[in-house]
Design a protein around this ligand. Structure first.
Ligand code: HAM
Length: 408
């Protein structure tokens, strides 16, 4: 019997994994440049964290959670996203002040699998907790934009909107409900159910949205504070030369958002799943989780979707050194490899006892800059070094190898 990876999951092996590695290394660099510190959180949480945080009436909570009971009878859920967990963790510390958190890792949603829509998928993201300032929203949006651009995602657009807050949204929802009631005939079953419980979600329905292009938009019903906040976010983005488009009907699929909502869209991506990332402000989330008020804003980017936009296969990371072992010198070769690796030099060698010729071919294939030949010279404390680009070759002392490698 052979096994296959579960439906909607992927094995990411070389060479494709090289792209992933590059994106993850770049992510750490960009998050650090903006002052975000790594957080590592559980892969599962008490189910209530997501039910309350993400929202009972969302697709994610209603249809997509991997929920199970553990042997102690607790209801747990594999994390479908990271924001609720970061806020839960922050509240648990009891700390005040600011937390700028960066995370990356697998998330789980029971979706109908297709390209860019997986049951296990990978997100990188940040959460800026403890500030209501529009400058925090703008910083977060800028970080995602700069990282995606540096990663090489083509055809990138930044869509922004404001969906109001607890003060102004109720009045907007009444206006929206009236509008939707008049169009019951064109709404799908899911939207008809949401019309009362969560009317804004109807604007996010793939089936109904195209028929509702003249729907009232939240941005036309903002209170003074929300309007000012939105003005400030857009002004800051212009100051930082982050190009954006206003998307008045962008509402996002999770319930915790207030004020700013945004998405990064790869317009070149030929799939319905062209949102490579999204985020927004969620000043009420901490209270939904039973905590004190903690404002926050953040985003998450989908690596699976980013990779779909990047067609080229990365080159193999070249080695600095390939050790070619002559005759019965395998033990000496292994010792030299161990020393060089300790010195931080990327080193590999053959362990199968293949011919010298085959080992040189392997050195070429692996893109090694230098071959070190461990032969009879070893007994005098020497090795042959060969620059594989120029063919230049000389015999040097073992102790000089690291310096020689770095020099070339
Ligand atoms: P989200 O829009 O649900 O937001 O997910 C963010 C990104 O994760 C999406 O734009 C997409 O690229 C990727 N993604 C989501 N679901 C899947 C899937 N099934 N397969 C592949 N990729 C997927 C959030 O998760 C929020 N927590 C973002 C956030 C952070 N808001 C504030 N802070």
């Amino acid at each position: 019997m052979t096994f296959r990876a579960p439906k909607g999951t992927d094995d990411i092996l070389p060479p494709a994994s090289r792209t992933w590695r590059r994106l993850l290394l770049m992510w750490e660099d960009w998050a650090a440049r903006y002052g975000y510190d790594l957080v590592l959180l559980p892969f599962f949480e008490t189910t209530e964290v997501f039910a309350r945080g993400v929202g009972e009436s969302t697709e994610v909570v209603q249809k997509q959670m991997y929920t199970f009971e553990d042997k102690g009878g607790r209801s747990l859920t594999l994390r479908p996203e990271g924001t609720a967990s970061v806020v839960r963790a922050f509240l648990e510390t009891g700390a005040d002040g600011i937390l700028k958190a960066a995370y990356s890792g697998a998330m789980f949603r029971y979706e109908r699998p297709q390209a860019g829509r997986r049951r296990q998928f990978y997100q990188v993201g940040v959460e800026y907790l403890g500030s209501r300032a529009a400058a925090a929203d703008a910083e977060v949006i800028e970080l995602g934009y700069r990282y995606l651009t540096d990663a090489g995602v083509p055809g990138l657009s930044v869509l922004v909107n404001s969906i109001g807050d607890r003060v102004c949204r109720p009045a907007y929802l009444e206006v929206l409900k009236e509008y939707l009631k008049e169009r019951r005939a064109v709404l799908c079953d899911d939207s008809l159910t949401r019309l009362e419980s969560n009317p804004m979600r109807v604007l996010d329905c793939k089936v109904c949205a195209p028929r509702l292009s003249d729907a009232p938009s939240p941005v036309d019903h903002l209170c003074m504070e929300c309007a000012t906040h939105y003005d400030e976010v857009r002004a800051a983005l212009r100051d930082m030369d982050v190009p954006y488009e206003e998307a008045p009907r962008l509402v996002r699929g999770l319930d915790y958002y207030e004020r700013t909502a945004f998405e990064y869209v790869a317009t070149d991506l030929e799939t319905a799943q062209n949102a490579v990332g999204g985020g927004g402000r969620y000043d009420g989330l901490a209270e939904l989780l039973g905590g004190k008020p903690v404002p926050g804003v953040g985003f998450a980017l989908g690596l699976d979707r980013m990779v779909l936009t990047l067609f080229e296969v990365e080159e193999l990371e070249p080695l600095d050194v390939y050790i070619v072992v002559a005759g019965d010198r395998r033990g000496d070769g292994a010792k030299l490899a161990s020393n060089l690796r300790y010195e931080g030099i990327r080193t590999d060698l053959d362990v199968e006892g293949r011919s010298v010729k085959a080992q040189f071919r392997a050195a070429d294939r692996r893109g090694a800059a230098t071959a070190l030949v461990v032969g009879d010279e070893w007994d005098d404390g020497r090795v042959v070094v060969k620059d594989l680009a120029t063919g230049r070759q000389e015999v040097i002392l073992k102790e000089e190898v690291a310096a020689w490698t770095r020099r070339t």
